[in-house]
Design a binder for this molecule. Structure first.
Ligand code: NAD
Length: 490
């Protein structure tokens, strides 16, 4: 069954022009097959996309390198206007893109709509940033000469993205790369390539010149990516995905000293102090845990709740989680869609079984759902011991693990007891405490009395083994630029 025939059945999907299936290299669509894309709600095959060989990977480098001088020389205003048109097209076709994301990823339509809006904003933000690339002109401390710093596009960039945000993880990289003047090769996750190809179609329509954005899919990312990174024309790797794969890619990139930006895994603590507004903390907890059914790098993985508010928080979260409607992402009533694969469900099951075996109590959910599709129900566990595997590993699913604490110092110690350092959440009515705790948390981002932190205008990224570099904000564009210093005497 082809994507088009499936989508034709779907009343909300109106735009056949977005049904692209094929590598997009040098402005050409190269059809092929080899990688089935399935609907995680049913297991049905939605489409097949091509399986790139090393040769196809190198053809993409060739196309990106050929387009690089022209794109670099394109005035920033023009690059900006193309990105802005791409934003507008994404916004106009938002519903189609949301349905596509929901079909291949499984996330609830409301989450998919949120993702499209978030993803498009990276194009708008970087359309604005393209015309404000910073430089410096200073007097040397000796007073004898001048220091001039310019920023140049770093060069051909390889962008590798995960399946959990098929649109936003791509735009968060393409936006700054194109704004900086770089040409790119995007390798989306093979679970969710259809959104990436649909976005490339919109890019074409927006006026992105051939070769500036190239998209390929492969079942053998190891050798294809290694060959691309070994080509001396490739100067940047921007990766979003798991920490273990990130470590491998850092080692691969080291061979040709390629600049790396790494957005890796998380294990976010969510701290609730006695003085927190309970209802606000519960609202925030639901967003921080259940956006994308828990399949988010920023997802609250460990809830640390102080003694005085603990029981009310457990009761409130249990009530809200148990009330969520589980179903196919494209069903407008769904609040919690399926997991991406059966393997993901098995991992969640193993983590819950381990925690329960060590003394955790199941308040709601707690076992995979039977029948078709990769469904796991919203689950709340309390009394989770600190040595449970889910305290160390990303759950990446709709399971809220609650731990109790008494003292602020204890909460900080527990929160930091992880190799990860991406996101953290703090709920308290005391501003001084919020900032004090925020400073003590070893993470790249801290949400204070908020359940959502992602914002294209803010620097997104992690400390410790959650990554290197930042995406978004005013500094995100510099990840795709090389500073050039001119020593000036005048
Ligand atoms: P993953 O690491 O398995 O895959 C990510 C990408 O890398 C995919 O495109 C995949 O095909 C590719 N890949 C896998 N093995 C490779 C190899 N040997 N060589 C080259 N490429 C390879 O991650 P995933 O399961 O797709 O995504 C989930 C992970 O991503 C979670 O750990 C999550 O926390 C993380 N994530 C992080 C952020 C962030 O901004 N920090 C955002 C979203 C997801």
């Amino acid at each position: 069954m082809t994507l088009a025939s499936v989508l034709n059945l779907h009343p909300d999907f109106s735009d056949p022009a977005l049904h692209a299936e094929g590598h997009y290299i040098g402005g050409h669509w190269l059809p092929g097959g080899g990688i089935p894309v399935t609907d995680p709600s049913t297991g049905a095959v939605l489409a097949e996309v091509p399986d790139a060989s090393v040769e196809v990977g190198l053809a993409a480098v060739e196309a990106a390198a050929a387009a690089a001088p022209g794109w670099r020389a394109t005035p920033a205003r023009q690059r900006s206007e193309i990105l802005r048109r791409w934003f507008t097209l994404m916004t106009e076709r938002a519903e189609d893109l949301a349905v596509l994301i929901s079909l291949e990823n499984g996330k609830a339509l409301a989450d998919a709509r949120g993702e499209v809006a978030y993803a498009a904003e990276f194009f708008r933000w970087y359309a604005e940033e393209a015309t404000r690339i910073p430089g410096e002109f200073r007097t040397a401390p000796s007073g004898a000469n001048r220091i001039l710093v310019d920023h140049e596009p770093i060069g051909v960039s390889l962008l590798i993205t995960p399946w959990n945000f098929p649109a936003a993880m791509a735009t968060r990289k393409i936006g700054p790369a194109l704004a900086a003047g770089c040409t790119v090769i995007l390798k989306p996750a093979s679970e969710t390539p259809l959104t990436a190809f649909a976005m490339a179609r919109l890019g074409e329509e927006a006026g992105v010149p051939p070769g500036v954005v190239n998209v390929l899919t492969t079942r053998q990312p190891g050798p294809v990516v290694a060959a691309i990174l070994a080509d001396p024309r490739v100067r940047k790797l921007s990766f979003t995905g798991s920490t273990p794969v990130g470590r491998q890619l850092l080692a691969e990139a080291a061979k040709s000293v390629v600049s790396c930006s790494m957005e890796l895994g998380g294990n976010a603590p969510f701290l609730v102090f006695d003085d927190a507004d309970l209802s606000a903390a519960l609202d925030g907890a639901m967003v921080a845990k259940m956006r994308n059914a828990g399949e988010a790098c920023t997802a609250a993985n460990r809830f640390y709740v102080q003694d005085g508010i603990h029981d009310a928080f457990v009761a409130g979260l249990t009530e809200r989680m148990a009330a969520l409607r589980v179903g196919a992402g494209t069903d407008p009533m769904t609040q919690c869609g399926p997991m991406i694969t059966a393997k993901a469900v098995a991992k969640i099951e193993a983590l819950v079984t381990d925690a329960v075996g060590r003394g955790a109590r199941v308040r709601t959910g707690g076992a995979a759902m039977t029948g078709a599709g990769n469904f796991y129900p919203p689950t709340v566990l309390d009394n989770v011991p600190a040595d449970a595997a889910m305290a160390r590993e990303e759950i990446f699913g709709p399971v809220a693990a609650i731990y109790r604490f008494s003292e602020e110092a204890e909460a900080i110690r527990l929160a930091n007891d992880t190799e990860y350092g991406l996101a953290a959440y703090v709920y308290t009515a005391d501003l001084k405490r919020a900032l004090r705790v925020g400073r003590s948390l070893e993470s790249g981002m801290v949400a204070l009395n908020r359940g959502l932190m992602s914002d294209p205008a803010a620097p997104f990224g992690g400390a410790k083994q959650s990554g290197l570099g930042r995406e978004g904000g005013t500094t995100g564009i510099l990840e795709f630029m090389e500073a050039k210093y001119y020593a000036v005497d005048f």
